[in-house]
Design a protein around this ligand. Structure first.
Ligand SMILES: Nc1ncnc2c1ncn2[C@@H]1O[C@H](COP(=O)(O)OP(=O)(O)OP(=O)(O)O)[C@@H](O)[C@H]1O
Ligand SMILES: [Mg+2]
Length: 431
């Protein structure tokens, strides 16, 4: 699948990023093309750009590195602890024009303030926010929030910050964040579905809307082809293991080849992948070939397992799939050439497949599916969770629910509501 051409509003935001040094937050409802714009920026900008994201999965998705590994920051609250920086890191941070952060809704205020301090320190510009670097943030605060820390960390945030959200970081007392909200949804095309999703996003679902969603979702789910989006890993593993066990035959396993420092949590695929003929699988990355036979998120069925190859049927076509190599990057500055390099520090080789009868809603973030079974289990427990799940699906006819939605499944964070209400006004002035 080719990268789509930018729409007019995406192009206008791109121009704003390219021609100014404003700090910019690009937001918008699910499917408005934020990540598409980020990819365009990464490949077309003439600025020295570094890309990072709060989690390993999100960083791999956009070919960047995690914020923690880029800045060599310790995990947990950083507060005003001294930040240690070696010479190579200082040089690297001095070479950046623009720092791009994806999935910024999951970055907490303490981490953003630490990034600010690290940049001021490295660039020896103690009085300039982010040491003079332009920040470009992408994300939707109505989707996933920062992961709440342990009780001590939560107490720290309660004490020192208005909220844990990135937009409540102290650095914004000293500088402006220009907000651009993309308006056009590209993932869904039905007006009715877009209206329902927008209501879920804002916690404004009426009884009439709930009835449409629940009546649509109550149809019996298809036995193949649809993925289950569930709230917990335990549910996902149970659904996948049960489904694999039900298939006849013996499971064959493929063990990943791992080189370099790939911390266990950041593995982009299973270390030991168990497959059987008939297994429902999801591709974990885009086809590297020119034909683009599949994309990250495509669902298929295992047809044959051979030596170093797996045949997967996708919508009537059979594809030979070979192991793929994921590269983990680290940015490095070369003083000799005064340029920024992206070094490969680790490689992980595995079939780009995972069992896909179910995935967590967390891991479905950023993805697009034609149909899905949404399993909220006993309850949806995080702000934005139900919205992320429902908004992955391209059309209403692809929605299946394991149980009806309840009002308590739709959780909207009050501070997000307040900030975003004010943000629209800021956008109108700055646009
Ligand atoms: N200008 C465009 N023209 C056509 N299709 C587009 C355009 N921009 C994005 N899309 C398509 O819309 C879908 C959603 O885009 P994308 O994933 O970039 O949205 P997003 O805002 O990042 O969504 P999310 O908030 O869920 O991460 C993708 O399938 C993408 O290819
Ligand atoms: Mg996205």
């Amino acid at each position: 699948m080719a990268v789509p051409e930018l729409s007019e509003e995406q192009a206008a935001v791109y121009a704003r990023i390219e021609t100014t040094s404003d700090h910019i937050f690009v937001t918008g409802r699910a499917g408005t093309g934020k990540s598409t714009l980020l990819e365009h920026l990464a490949s077309h900008s003439s600025k020295q750009i570094v890309i990072c994201a709060p989690t390993g999965v999100a960083a791999l998705n956009v070919g960047g590195q995690t914020i923690h590994s880029l800045f060599r920051l310790p995990t947990g609250v950083i507060a005003d602890h001294p930040i240690e920086q070696g010479e190579p890191l200082r040089k690297l941070l001095n070479s950046i024009d623009t720092l791009v952060v994806d999935e910024v809704s999951m970055v907490n205020a303490d981490l953003l303030d630490a990034m600010d301090r690290a940049l001021r320190q490295a660039r020896q510009r103690p009085h300039e926010p982010f040491g003079g670097v332009q920040l470009v943030l992408f994300g939707d605060p109505f989707q996933l929030a920062p992961v709440p820390g342990d009780p001590d960390e939560q107490a720290y945030f309660a004490d020192r910050y208005r909220s844990a959200w990135f937009f409540d970081a102290r650095v914004w007392d000293e500088t402006d964040l220009r907000i651009f909200e993309l308006q056009t949804i590209h993932r869904q095309h039905e007006l009715e579905f877009k209206r329902l999703l927008t209501a879920v996003r804002h916690g404004a679902v009426t009884a009439e809307m709930a009835k449409v969603l629940n009546d649509t979702g109550a149809r019996p789910a298809p036995t193949e082809g649809a993925i289950t989006l569930a709230t917990t890993n335990a549910t996902v593993n149970r659904i996948n293991a049960t489904a694999l066990g039900r298939l006849p035959g013996r499971a064959l396993s493929a063990v990943a080849e791992i080189e370099g420092e790939f911390s266990g949590r950041a593995y982009p695929a299973d270390e030991r992948l168990e497959l059987k003929v008939g297994a429902q699988v999801m591709f974990l990355r885009n086809d590297s070939g020119a034909e683009g036979r599949w994309v990250n998120g495509t669902i298929g069925e295992v047809a044959k397992i051979g030596e170093g190859t797996v045949a997967v049927d996708v919508a009537g076509d059979r594809h030979e799939v070979r192991p793929a190599t994921w590269e983990r990057y680290r940015y490095r500055y070369s003083p000799a050439t005064k340029t920024l390099h992206k070094d490969v520090v680790a490689e992980f080789t595995q079939f780009p497949l995972r069992l896909a009868w179910a995935v967590t809603i967390h891991k479905s973030q950023g993805k697009t599916y034609d149909s899905a079974i949404v399993d909220l289990g006993s309850r949806s427990f995080a702000p934005g969770q139900t919205y992320v799940a429902l908004s992955r699906i391209t059309a209403l006819e692809g929605l299946y629910l394991t149980r009806p939605l309840r009002p308590s499944d739709i959780i909207v964070d009050d501070r997000v509501r307040e900030f975003m209400a004010g943000a629209t006004a800021i956008k109108a002035i700055s646009a």
